[in-house]
Design a protein around this ligand. Sequence first.
Ligand code: CTP
Length: 173
Amino acid sequence: MTTIHLPELCLVALIGASGSGKTTLSRQLFAPGEVLSSDAFRLMVANDENAQDATRDAFDSLYFVARKRLARGLLTVIDATNVQADARKRIVSLAKEFDVLPVAIVLDLPEDTLLERHRARTDRPFGAHVIGQQVGHLRRSLRKLQGEGFRQVSVLSTEADVGPARVVRERLY
Ligand code: CTP
């Protein structure tokens, strides 16, 4: 059983390549209002969750909402690939701005699993090579996450880790 202990108030970065199951896991672990998904914001600002030209507007909007939530003292989850250091830097810096702990939940599933899922999807128009690139970024990032400022890093590497995963929230005194 994978139990992830989180402070009641923290900023959670989901990290994983497309198809690693971030959105599926976020539904398993968190309440719907707690999860800010870059796809959902692309859909809201551009009617298309794959609209890459809407990335900036989508993230500006996502961060606007994240700030409103953190100002209310609400745990917030950022569901985006976050495989690039720049994306993660922005998350750590937001956590610092509100004096909450930045934590990472990483989905590092085998590339074959991701490719198999990608082939089965009709909602991701990009080529399979993109998955390989994202996996490469992720693998190179893994050792750096603590140094980047994530106070807690949970890595789920198999479907057996992910399936029964649950979160326990702990009050910090
Ligand atoms: N999926 C699956 N088994 C899982 C988790 C996900 O077969 N245990 C499938 C989902 O049904 C979906 C695809 O994999 O078709 C992607 O799942 P999702 O949770 O959306 O993954 P994300 O990492 O959020 O993908 P993206 O970054 O592309 O939004």
